[in-house]
Design a protein around this ligand. Structure first.
Ligand SMILES: Cc1cc2nc3c(=O)[nH]c(=O)nc-3n(C[C@H](O)[C@H](O)[C@H](O)COP(=O)(O)OP(=O)(O)OC[C@H]3O[C@@H](n4cnc5c(N)ncnc54)[C@H](O)[C@@H]3O)c2cc1C
Length: 199
């Protein structure tokens, strides 16, 4: 086992790899298998998914341990750029994540400044259901843990937008990515940047 866990941090929650199947993918991240022992497409990067199918070289645990740890693994994944998903294929963990954050932050951007009780209930129900339905199961598990600690705030647009931004930052931290300045969430997701480049 490597001393530093790969960044998908799925150790406790994923099933063990079936006999003969790789532990780590080409990026150095641990491969996530579903309850049937199949690699979970929505939980792995395309690069790692392809490495299981033999289209890209996978990495044994000893090779990974010898590298400089989790950040090295992420860097390979992020910098590789040689695995891209054609538009008409199922998403990997990254494409799914980007699309989902776009939807969630856009919901925040259009959520009323003074929501009715009904609108608050709708958003609360949506987010709660979302936390059970998100296709990357270990991401969903962690997200449910997060909302137990940080109660979803549906009071109004700004409160929800900032809550969501903090929730997104908690995933950024887990993945070793920079955090986002939550004072800027409306510029990023609603109004566009002050320099006018979005207009
Ligand atoms: C609920 C949830 C849980 C996830 N859990 C995992 C996980 O456990 N493991 C895993 O590998 N992946 C997980 N993902 C996917 C992961 O968060 C990223 O979406 C994915 O790695 C692609 O990252 P990215 O760098 O393209 O940008 P993303 O993180 O997808 O962000 C998209 C854009 O949002 C903006 N942004 C960034 N941070 C913030 C913020 N805090 N607030 C507002 N805007 C912001 C930036 O402009 C960025 O380009 C999860 C996704 C979701 C929706």
């Amino acid at each position: 086992m490597p001393e530093t866990e790969p960044l998908n941090s799925n150790t406790a929650k994923s099933t063990l790899p079936p006999a003969g199947m790789p532990v780590f993918g080409a990026s150095g991240r641990k491969i996530v298998y579903d309850e049937n022992g199949k690699p979970c497409r929505a939980c792995n990067t395309l690069l790692d998914f392809q490495s299981i199918a033999g289209k890209k070289k996978s990495v044994s645990s000893s090779t990974f341990a010898a590298s400089s740890g989790a950040v090295a693994g992420a860097a390979v994944s992020a910098a590789s750029g040689f695995s891209t998903i054609p538009d008409d294929c199922p998403p990997d963990v990254e494409q799914l994540g980007r699309s989902t954050w776009t939807l969630l932050h856009s919901i925040a951007a259009t959520y009323p400044e003074m929501p009715t009780k009904d609108q608050q209930n709708n958003l609360m129900n949506f987010m709660t259901s979302f936390s059970h339905l998100y296709p990357c199961f270990y991401c969903a598990d962690d997200f449910r843990d997060y909302i137990k600690k940080e109660k979803i705030n549906v009071t109004n647009r700004d409160e929800f937008g900032k809550w969501l931004c903090n929730a997104h930052n908690s995933v950024n931290v887990k993945l070793g990515k920079p955090t986002f300045d939550c004072n800027l969430w409306k510029e990023r997701w609603k109004d566009g940047w002050k320099d006018g480049r979005c207009d």
